[in-house]
Design a binder for this molecule. Structure first.
Ligand code: SF4
Length: 364
């Protein structure tokens, strides 16, 4: 991270950059120990959002280490969604035919305590070099089913503008690629990093989609709004994926406010709500699936469809995403269905179909 207008570099410089910097914060000794095991970094502006009077503050919970990160439960996994199972070449996970994950850097603006890749992000110090990505670029060129390359983390928006431009230009030479997708928390944790120069580096032949990760409405600051305004102003598609996190957003009221502000303040469509994965050291963030379904039922009833994400679970072993509902089908008998409606009612519905279906009409 070496270019830009200086503001965000100062923000990183003045923030928490390593575990020893925690000494200057009201963080307990036991929590410091977790900072020694998993990387710590918090930009100064993000630290300033913390309410220090509240030990359970949702910003603090996501940003500062907790002794509970060192408690590993039976069944938790180092690679919780099987990224390594589907890695044909270094720095690539290829799980689905038309899209592929690329890890151009393992550096993040903030090391989120709930990150499901916290072990790989903490183990790898590697940043971006074009040489390191050469096998990936060759793999993309010979895999004609690919349409999207997803830059993920580490956080790709920690790369310098010139590096992002260089990578985009190389991807653009592969004719079957249509989209570059960027998964990033920078608009949340270091929003001043989003500059006109950064936007210019990302714009080109490929459709650009930026997928942010706002998890709490208090993260939607004036700076975050400006960052999202710049991204949308460039014509980029803007989506958000949140993680369902105990003590952060596992309440109907918080999740409603978050989803509404994403749409109405940021213009970011809530895309996924991820059930917290089985990564080691994040059990204190994990809620039950029942809780997630309860929240989703409330969102579906009360919010515009634009504000409702899809609740998903990533299966261990690399078997991909499962949409979790809630399930509105109660029973079915032939063409007679019974649904649970948003207002807690039970509603019968009879399908009216041509029998047998009119073939010509179907083909239309
Ligand atoms: S920015 Fe993304 S990859 Fe980095 S620690 Fe946070 S969630 Fe993990």
């Amino acid at each position: 991270m070496s270019d830009g207008n200086g503001r965000w570099q100062n923000d990183l410089q003045d923030g928490i950059r390593r575990a020893s910097d925690l000494q200057r914060l009201p963080v307990g000794e036991a929590d410091h120990a977790a900072g020694g095991s998993f990387k710590v970094r918090v930009p100064a502006s993000h630290l300033s959002l913390i309410d220090w009077q509240d030990p359970d503050d949702p910003i603090r919970r996501q940003a500062l280490p907790s002794a509970r990160e060192l408690e590993f439960l039976d069944g938790e996994l180092e690679d919780p969604i099987g990224d390594a199972v589907h890695s044909p070449v270094p720095r690539v996970t290829h799980r689905y035919a038309d899209r592929v994950l690329l890890y151009p850097t393992y550096i993040c603006a903030m090391y989120c305590r709930h990150c499901f890749r916290k072990e790989s992000v903490s183990a790898e110090a590697a940043g971006y070099t074009l040489a390191a990505l050469q096998p990936a670029l060759e793999y993309f060129a010979r895999t004609s089913s690919l349409r999207e390359v997803i830059l993920t983390g580490g956080d790709p928006l920690t790369m310098a503008d010139d590096q992002l431009r260089e990578l985009r230009q190389h991807l653009e030479t592969i004719p079957h690629l249509r989209m570059i997708r960027i998964h990033t928390r920078v608009p949340v944790t270091l929003p001043t990093r989003v500059t006109p120069e950064l936007v210019d580096a990302l714009a080109g032949r490929l459709m650009t989609c930026v997928v942010t990760q706002f998890n709490h409405p208090r993260e939607i600051t004036l700076e975050a709004r400006e960052a999202c305004r710049l991204l949308r102003g460039a014509g980029f598609m803007l989506l958000n994926q949140s993680v369902l996190l105990a003590g952060v957003n596992d309440s109907v009221d918080v999740m409603k406010a978050l989803c509404q502000e994403l749409v109405y303040a940021l213009g970011a469509k809530p895309y996924y709500l991820h059930h917290c994965d089985l990564a080691r050291g994040i059990s204190h963030f994990r809620t039950s699936i029942d809780r997630g379904l309860e929240i989703m039922r409330a969102l579906r009833g009360d919010l515009s469809g634009l504000c409702v994400p899809t609740y998903v679970l990533d299966l261990p072993g690399g078997y991909g995403k499962i949409p979790l509902g809630p399930n509105y089908v109660q029973t079915r008998d032939g063409n007679d269905w019974v649904f649970a409606s948003y207002d807690q009612g039970v509603r019968a519905y009879r399908e009216i179909l041509r029998c047998p279906p009119d073939r010509e009409e179907v083909q239309d």
